[in-house]
Design a protein around this ligand. Structure first.
Ligand code: V47
Length: 373
């Protein structure tokens, strides 16, 4: 046992890291490896909690959101994914016309919903023109809604499918209503890992380059890390440090979402699902290393409600939202459900001893939302 300030650490090797955390000093790669490799889960958790409370006190953010997946048809065939249907093999595939997408969205959107999260497969026929039309139609019908749409991977694909520079594609999509970008597709940046789980996807360097371009264009985005498959702890640490370097440069990331790998129905279904230990330690290490990204999301859909709730004491300050219809995790055997009411989210937060804060996509508190989500 080692005591550092009010912290009690079972692993004495964490002592010097704890000193740095308390002094507000930046951690390095070696510190990250130590934090990721120790079996002192509660020690790492308490360090991450110190940072979380310094940044956000007891506040815990959530939003009222909906997901829209315009297509699940995808040319990328990532081994990690159970959501996609390959291009030309249309069984089980869907591709919504703009009218259908707006109609489906309208089925459960009212003025309480502040954000639409729009992601989908890489469909060769859906280029910039389709998304421009979709965003314009959504903004016409739901003018108050923030459109958080298109991952770095989708932007890359859509621009090149439309034979357009990335800058031009971003400009046009913004003019059509794109407000910010979600963090998906980052997976793990290591080429070794990408070869094994998503060999045809935009590579790690390019993902970062696109995020840089998005931020330079004045858009905010999120970032993710997919863990619990074939990656090593060192590859997770390096992924986080790559994100931190880019954030030092642009300041454009609002939040990191560590995504727990779900193997069912994927080409990697021989792998076991993640356990609570890896989930909580990965969140805590993320909070400690990514000192320049303000928010850390415990995505309840992938973690399950119970782990997400405990994660509020392991560095996380955000749970994502009400959602209702989530398809990517569900396709991969997710069991957490696909939607939660605002009341259930608030109860979960209060039961963890935290204070719920309803937010918009830019983490501005919303005083009261019309209607009930
Ligand atoms: O890009 C795909 C991952 C991502 C699986 O920005 C899988 O606010 C686990 O990025 N097991 C989509 N993960 C989800 C995502 C996200 C979610 C919530 C909020 C935000 C945000 C972003 O899910 C994909 C991929 O990295 N994914 N398949 C799977 N089998």
């Amino acid at each position: 046992m080692t005591d550092v300030g009010t912290l009690r650490l079972r692993d004495p090797a964490l002592g010097p890291v704890a000193e740095k955390v308390i002094a507000g000093e930046r951690l390095d790669r070696e510190d990250g490896l130590l934090l990721a490799g120790t079996d002192d889960l509660l020690g790492v958790g308490s360090l991450a909690n110190t940072v979380r409370e310094k940044l956000h006190r007891d506040h815990t953010y959530y939003n009222i959101n909906r997901h829209l997946n315009p297509t699940n048809v995808c040319v990328s065939s990532c081994k990690l994914c159970a959501f996609y249907v390959p291009w030309r093999e249309r069984d089980g595939g869907w591709t919504y016309s703009v009218e259908q997408a707006v109609e489906i969205t309208g089925q459960d959107v009212d003025e309480s919903v502040s954000e639409l999260h729009i992601v989908g497969g890489l469909h060769p026929k859906l280029g910039v023109a389709y998304y421009e039309e979709l965003f314009r139609a959504l903004k016409r019908r739901f003018p108050w809604i923030h459109l958080k749409a298109l991952t770095m991977v989708e932007l890359d694909f859509i621009a090149s499918a439309s034979r357009m520079s990335l800058e031009e594609a971003i400009k046009r999509l913004r003019e059509a209503g794109l407000d910010s970008c979600p963090g998906g597709g980052a997976e793990i940046f290591s080429p070794r890992v990408r070869d094994l789980i998503c060999d045809h996807k935009t590579d790690g360097r390019r993902w970062l380059e696109i995020a840089r371009t998005v931020h330079r264009a004045g858009l905010r985005s999120n970032c993710t890390m997919l863990y619990g498959h074939v990656e090593t702890a060192a590859e997770r640490v390096d992924h986080l440090l790559d994100l931190r370097d880019l954030q030092d440069e642009t300041g454009g990331f609002q939040c990191l979402i560590p995504l727990a790998f779900h193997p069912e129905n994927t080409a990697l279904d021989h792998l076991p699902p993640t356990g609570g230990r890896l989930d909580l330690q990965t969140l805590a290490v993320s909070r400690l290393l990514l000192d320049n990204v303000p928010h850390l999301k415990a995505y309840w859909i992938m973690l399950g409600e119970k782990v997400a709730q405990v994660a509020l004491h392991f560095g996380a300050d955000d749970l994502d939202g009400t959602i209702v219809d989530e398809r990517i995790t569900r396709a991969a055997g997710g069991t957490a459900g696909t939607g939660m009411t605002r009341q259930a989210l608030e109860r979960l937060i209060r039961d963890a001893g935290r204070i719920p804060v309803l937010r918009d996509t830019f983490y501005r508190p919303i005083k009261s939302a019309a209607g009930v989500a």
